[in-house]
Design a protein around this ligand. Structure first.
Ligand code: ARG
Length: 544
């Protein structure tokens, strides 16, 4: 559904021929919107602006939406929406299951690659951001009726498993008994060992060959490492209240058999060439070629991502690919997309977007790290926020901080500020929801049913209704642009409009039709806040 501002803009554009660039009115007595379209046209036509404004007002028939239009000052046109129109729209928000979220005209199959941690390593802040952002995209696109297929591209394959398995055998460890921090410690020991002993390095290389050829014992230990890592990842996902589950797993290892196929295909068609013993693709505009197979015959990250694209487009039938991976991998994805386009794995009908994101910074403005200087694990970050507030609030704080700033930007992890229930924070929105819910709970206890918004005389109640009418459009914009901060900003404005409304308009203490209408407006607002928070992956508490 088009929001009222968009509807008005469209209608004026069809008469004026240009975008009216509606601005919110500076004062309630001027109505709801103002446009300077007449001044701009007058300039072009060489006519007096007020004359052009008067002509436009005569030509425009907006009586189904607005009070009679007014020409103001040097030639502005003021528009005031009719109270009954605002009331009707607010009632629609209340009645519609999605509060105005429209089903996409052309539903797409969207594969979203996110979270994607690495086996035998703890998830770190980058995975935190990827998981939160990807979860939001999944929720928003599903709400619009798109078919969303999450793909958790975990790092469960590669040369590091040679040294891990070898280290386990040497220490006589039972891999199944490790937890994720213990596996990570093992990783460090194996790494040090590898650097110190050429003999161990050689054994590790042989072990990689055994893994690839399917040696039973090697595979068993490898699988145990995956299992304990998944247990750790899943515990974190549960803690984060995200939708990811084992059905979304599509680790690097599943592309194993495809890697030589991709390499051969690219080589046969002359897209890839041998250069210094490696099989590479030169892509115009890139300083280094894409490495499909290295000189030792190994396939790496790039080849795996090409195989993944073939799978996502060919088997999963995706027509939109989204990758939520930190900004340092921008080059990688641009190059992979370019090679995939050259090879026809990524036809023009399928879009591919890398949604990069910035870093999480500590209070010192530097990359967030532990006192020892190592990267911060995701769990310790959650711990830090939970030291300041209850889990659901701490989580809201982190998610909102992550989504509200423009994804490319770095943001500072300031637990105390993030959990505050005032200001532009997740907990503030949760609080706004709990507060309106408290009012509605009292009315519900009286047996009151919230059916329709009918009376909307006060400017603050009109402004709130107008704000609610924009919800569907904002969600649609997030689905298109993959910019969650738009929804965050919208919800923050909505909470602001709600509190201005409370200040000016008594709800429970008002009477008759006014009371019923205001309660319905509160119910519509509660719905928008609840659905909006849910799309961000944030819980909307009944009480706080
Ligand atoms: N495992 C990688 C990392 O931790 C992220 C993988 C992202 N997805 C992909 N298809 N490359 O950096």
């Amino acid at each position: 559904m088009l929001s009222l501002p968009s509807l008005l803009s469209e209608r004026i554009r069809s008469v004026a021929g240009v975008d009216p660039e509606l601005r919110p009115a500076t004062r309630p007595q001027f109505g709801h919107f103002q446009t300077n379209v007449a001044l701009r046209l007058a300039n072009a036509e060489g006519r007096p602006p007020r004359e052009v404004a008067t002509r436009l007002v005569e030509q425009l028939d907006l009586s189904d939406l607005c009070e009679p239009l007014e020409v103001a000052g040097p030639g502005f046109i003021n528009l005031r929406l009719r109270a009954d129109v605002l009331a009707r729209v607010a009632s629609e928000v209340l009645a519609e299951p999605g509060a105005g979220i429209a089903a996409a005209a052309e539903p797409r199959t969207v594969v979203i690659d996110y979270s994607s941690p690495n086996v035998a390593k703890q998830m770190h802040v980058g995975h935190l951001r990827s998981t939160i952002i990807g979860d939001c995209f999944t929720r928003v696109l599903r709400a619009q009726g798109h078919r969303v297929i999450p793909q958790n591209h975990i790092g469960d394959w590669g040369r590091q498993f040679g040294m891990l398995v070898e280290q386990i055998l040497e220490e006589g460890l039972d891999a199944a008994s490790l937890d994720l921090p213990a596996a990570e410690a093992l990783y460090q020991r194996a790494n040090t060992h590898l650097k110190e002993s050429e003999e161990f390095a050689a054994r590790s290389r042989d072990r990689v060959v055994l893994l690839q050829s399917g040696d039973a014992e090697t595979r068993r230990i490898w699988q145990q490492l995956i299992d304990i890592s998944l247990a750790g990842f899943n515990a974190t996902y549960a803690r984060m209240n995200v939708l990811l589950s084992n059905t979304d797993l599509a680790g690097e290892s599943i592309y194993n058999a495809d890697l030589p196929v991709v390499a051969a295909d690219l080589a046969d068609r002359g897209i890839a060439v041998v250069d210094d013993g490696a099989l590479v693709v030169f892509v115009e505009g890139f300083t280094a070629p894409a490495i499909i197979r290295n000189a030792q015959g190994g396939f790496g990250y790039t080849c795996t991502d090409l195989a993944a694209i073939r799978h996502r487009v060919g088997d999963l039938r995706a027509d939109r690919l989204v990758y939520v991976v930190g900004a340092p991998q921008t080059f990688h994805f641009e190059q992979v997309f370019a090679v995939a386009r050259m090879a026809g794995y990524l036809p023009d009908t399928v879009s591919a977007e890398h949604v990069g994101f910035g870093q999480v910074l500590g209070a010192d403005g530097k990359k967030f790290s532990t006192r020892e200087g190592t990267a911060v694990t995701l769990n310790s970050l959650l711990d830090a926020a939970e030291a300041e507030a209850a889990p659901s609030i701490a989580l809201a704080a982190i998610k909102y901080a992550d989504l509200s700033n423009g994804l490319q930007k770095d943001y500072t992890f300031d637990a105390e500020r993030m959990v505050a229930t005032t200001g532009d924070t997740g907990p503030y929105l949760q609080y706004a929801h709990a507060r309106v819910n408290q009012i509605l709970r009292k009315a519900e206890a009286e047996g009151f049913a919230f059916d329709a918004v009918t009376v909307l005389a006060e400017p603050t109640e009109q402004a709130l209704a107008l704000q609610l009418s924009r919800f569907g459009e904002v969600v649609a914009a997030v689905g298109d642009t993959l910019q969650p901060h738009r929804l965050c900003g919208y919800l923050y404005e909505t909470a602001g409009a709600l509190s201005s409304f409370y200040e000016q308009c008594p709800v429970l203490k008002s009477e008759g039709d006014v009371r019923a209408s205001r309660l319905a407006l509160c119910a519509a607002t509660r719905k928008v806040l609840a659905i909006g928070l849910d799309l961000l992956g944030i819980e909307a508490p009944e009480r706080m």
